[in-house]
Design a protein around this ligand. Structure first.
Ligand code: PLP
Length: 392
């Protein structure tokens, strides 16, 4: 079976983990801060907070921006559920902005018209969470301009996008956002097994992120609210969590980071090869890449022209039967039973729904070979032709 995504673990990754196991610290040692400074340096951001998942990073990012009851958060429906759940963890209301079907990213025009209506209704969002879908950066310049005009904060969900660039600058530099988060789950670009990170250029936000990561506790002398009782003294100043990353995970993440550029270049090469193969077929369209972006290519997605829910199901089922484990990203979040219970209904974001029934994620990972890509494309074309003939 050719999986849709797969980590690439080298001997140096394994050695890095073993080194920590033989060291005095399994957690809260030197590796976590080293990993944080490596990522912030790579991304040109001032501060970074490593946590045990991107989901945790999204949660504490919302908390750091004071998201609470009666606040409103907007995100993209074409994402993993965590992009929306983080708002609900804070007791806020969530809503979804429809996508641009050509990129799978939040549509800036849809965002603007939703903001105009929200302003009239006195229901503007406190935070908007754009998702760099498949690794392609959103139109951050436009989002940033809207954030100033409508006074909202931006958390970039860059779970797919470490190693990507927007206007020749690395994703994660927070030039157009307040906080940017990454995921290091094994299917993503680089992995720490489980893990995530939240980057920011704001010292105050960074302090809050670090507070919420570890029970709301600090021992930093400059942050204490009361007089210290002695060298053991620490304070719990907020209700935080245990979202810490371990040194074992950080060591793996650090070692993987050395290969990040290589991975992303390889993913781009493989994506270009797919693109070239698909130019011959009008019915199968890769996502469009915008100007000024370099995608990290977490996912390679094609859209099937004139698709239907039934055709879509058959394509994925038949490809899986032929050992190609393709996938679908994403079921619009608000169509999940839990979100329907919150009152969301079919038709809320028509582009995201139509896109969903046409999108197929094909295998893409650094160790994929061109022979495998040839097989995948030939099988997809053959399967689609067969299914179309049955339709006629
Ligand atoms: C994977 C993913 C997450 C969650 O990442 P974890 O590290 O597994 O918590 C959040 N948002 C998006 C868009 C993702 O793809």
């Amino acid at each position: 079976m050719i999986p849709y995504g797969k980590q690439a673990i080298s001997q140096s990754d394994i050695d890095a983990v073993i080194e920590v196991l033989n060291s005095p610290w399994l957690t809260q040692g030197p590796k976590v801060p080293e990993f944080e400074s490596s990522v912030s340096r790579y991304c040109h951001a001032y501060y970074a907070t490593a946590v045990n998942s991107a989901t945790s990073a999204l949660h504490i990012a919302c908390l750091a921006l004071n998201v609470g009851h009666n606040d409103i958060v907007w995100t993209s429906p074409n994402s993993f559920v965590a992009s929306a759940n983080c708002a609900l963890y804070c007791g806020a209301k969530i809503d979804f902005v429809d996508i641009d079907s050509n990129t799978g990213n939040m549509c800036v025009h849809a965002l603007e018209s939703k903001l105009i209506t929200a302003r009239e209704n006195n229901a503007l969002p406190k935070v908007v969470i754009p998702v760099h879908f498949a690794g392609q950066p959103c139109d951050m310049d436009a989002l940033h301009k809207l954030s100033i005009e409508y006074n909202f904060k931006i958390i970039e969900d860059a779970s797919h996008a470490i190693g990507g660039q927007y206007k020749s600058d690395p994703i994660g530099n927070c030039q157009y956002s307040d906080i940017c988060i990454f995921s290091f789950h094994p299917v993503k670009i680089v992995t720490s097994a489980e893990g995530g990170m939240a980057l920011t250029n704001c010292k105050e936000l960074d302090e809050k992120l670090k507070l919420y990561r570890s029970h709301g506790i600090t021992a930093a002398p400059e942050l204490l609210e009361q007089d210290s009782d002695g060298p053991w003294y620490y304070e719990q100043q907020a209700l935080g969590f245990n979202y810490r990353m371990t040194d074992i995970h950080a060591a793996l993440g650090m070692s993987q980071l050395d290969q990040l550029n290589q991975f992303v270049n390889k993913r781009n090469e493989l994506a270009s090869y797919y693109d070239a193969l698909f130019t011959k077929y009008d019915e199968i369209n890769p996502l469009t890449q915008s100007d000024d972006v370099y995608s990290a290519y977490h996912l390679y997605v094609v859209r099937v022209a004139n698709s239907s829910p039934q055709l879509h199901r058959q394509i994925v089922t038949k490809l899986r039967a032929k050992n190609i484990f393709c996938h679908v990203h994403y079921i619009p979040i608000y169509l999940q039973p839990y979100y329907r219970q919150q009152g969301f209904e079919q038709g809320h974001c028509p582009n995201a729904e139509a896109y969903y029934h046409s999108a197929v994620t094909l295998p893409l990972f650094p160790e994929l070979t061109q022979q495998e890509q040839d097989y995948i494309v030939a099988t997809l074309v053959e399967t689609l032709t067969e299914l179309r003939n049955v339709e006629k």
